[in-house]
Ligand binder design. Sequence first.
Ligand SMILES: [Zn+2]
Ligand SMILES: [Zn+2]
Length: 724
Amino acid sequence: MRRDVRVDGVVQGVGFRPYVHALATRLRLAGRVGNDVAGVFVEVEGAPEDVGEFLASLARDAPPLAHIEHVHVHEAPPAGAQGFEIALSDAHGARNTLVSADSATCEDCLRELFDPADRRHRYPFVNCTNCGPRFTIVRDVPYDRPLTTMAGFPMCGPCRAEYEDPRDRGFHAQPTCCPDCGPTLSLGEAVDPLAEAVRRLRRGEVLAVKGLGGYHLAVAASHPTAAATLRARKHREDKPFAVMCADVEQARGLCRVDEQSLRDLTSRRRPIVLMPRLGDAPVAGAVAPGNRYLGLLLPYTPLHHLLLRDLGEPIVLTSGNRSEEPIAYRDAEPLADIADAVLDHNRPVHIRTDDSVVRAGTLLRRSRGYAPEPVTLARPCRRPVLACGAELKNTFCLAKDDHAFVSHHIGDLENLQTYRSFTEGIEHFSRLFDVTPRVVAHDLHPEYLSTKYAHGLADSPDGVELVGVQHHHAHIASCLADNREAGPVIGVAFDGTGYGPDGTIWGGEFLIASLTGFERIGHLAPVPMPGGAAAVRQPWRMAAAYLGDSVPGWRPEWDAVIAMARNGVNSPLTSSAGRLFDAAAALLAVRDEINYEGQAAVELEQLADPTVQDAYPVRVDDLIVQGIDLLHAILSDRGAPRPVIAARFHNGVAAAILAACVQARDRSRLSTVALSGGVFQNVLLLTRTAELLADNGFRVLTHRRVPANDGGISLGQAAISACR
Ligand SMILES: [Zn+2]
Ligand SMILES: [Zn+2]
């Protein structure tokens, strides 16, 4: 009996063919297995009960990195095949395969790395079919060595033998290599690059270290001056640095690691995990100034493991770039005046990818280890879609059938290099996933570079249909797509800034929204933003704008700005929730000026005492939330400790959201609420709001697979366009 089988999903580069080979051989089946541009195909012949057992085991026992979506089985006439073989790859035909994300070094490879008797003992590029680089080295599909950045490293005899031996862990591991045939480490002219790296870190020098998705900058975390030096050279003022620890035990010496964080920290995706730092954590002050949280990650390449073990203490590990620029990945040239030395290697990185960031189980930045895993859409695309995303924290998304491929984190589209990552990334994804977009989605903001890029495509000869998607509708659609739903729901979109079709700046919005449309049914009462962009950089301006003349003489230096707001000079109106948090932070003297987006709100959350349960009252009439009430309450509560005030403010916002949602439910009969937008990265606000809503009979949708911030916008745009 013979069966032909097609397997769809993440099945290339994850040891699937060797797995099938081993399974078929064990069951004494004949036939073959191979990769093609559509995934994996299998032909099996043998006794009916053996074929049956093969089919039953196929998906159930698949290797850890495989993600199987469908198994199609067809009957076929027996061909009298002898033995079971792995077929050569076929690069023709329609492409429909998925590329695996990069994966942290597995336990088997770690044993090999530290086994003095192994021929790969301390070799920094050990990997196998269950781990190692994938997305970052793939130039094209199918996933085979000649189409990766390992093409320039011909295998030696022993590696070739392992690669061809179905019983070996290296069997068909495309990046497999050894000290005789693989990439090599270097640090200037040093004979022992690792020992030299460790010596320099101990001296307090700044080291560039080549990783999977580009270069990092590293210093010893406890060195008294190294982190400050790095901060000064990188021109990064306050934004916290991440710290890499050798293992969980070392991480527990720095942070309180709860179970959720432990799962993320040790997952094969290896994101940076933000956790509450211990008071006596032995890291220099400049690592995360004024921050109660620390971002930790564990080693994810053999090189990291060797470096951390030899150094014997944690290192600061931050993206290799100057502030605002994308991570350096082709060579360390852009880091020449930041790093004292470069721990380099000669395996090229094909696509730059930053580390992902997670907090309390939710993604803040989705990149290495996650991309390019697709999100499955509730409504398949009628035509292939490109969604260009937002301006800040940009990602783009290509969608075909029911797959949405959200890109790795691209960054803020405000300099040429980031914009080039964006355009090159779109070309790369289009090729890998064989998507030729017929529909192109973009934000309504005419000045976003992503919007301009979309308009450029519409002008091309084989024109595409453009779909403009309102920013906050995209947020709610992103949350719907994240939960594989289509709506309609009550959408609460709270963020910093988004283009409103009425000429004001939106950002504290209540919508009735589905993937096919939205209606704005409520919002924060608008206030002027005196000085426009200056009001974003200087939160005190928002406090002045909110309070205006209602508190005379509060701070004399506010007078000019209050007059500016009153007369409407360079003061666009905004309903932004982010600006309300800014105003509260300024009143609580958390911060008058910010050095990175959302800083005042981040610090306000950290100030708040989570044990405080009572809330400041807020008027909510006809779904208009009077944010000013919260600020007056802060002023009249000035005798209370600041952590209590900050908590009452958070609780007041959550209560106002509940009140608005109850009014929305009365009006619409809907009882599902989707929470999205960058303000919901605030875990205190998110949990308080979700609890309140659930206690009052609402079903609550939150983000799980893409960030609530603008990194999720492209998915929302794609999900909306898929329905067009
Ligand atoms: Zn491995
Ligand atoms: Zn070799």
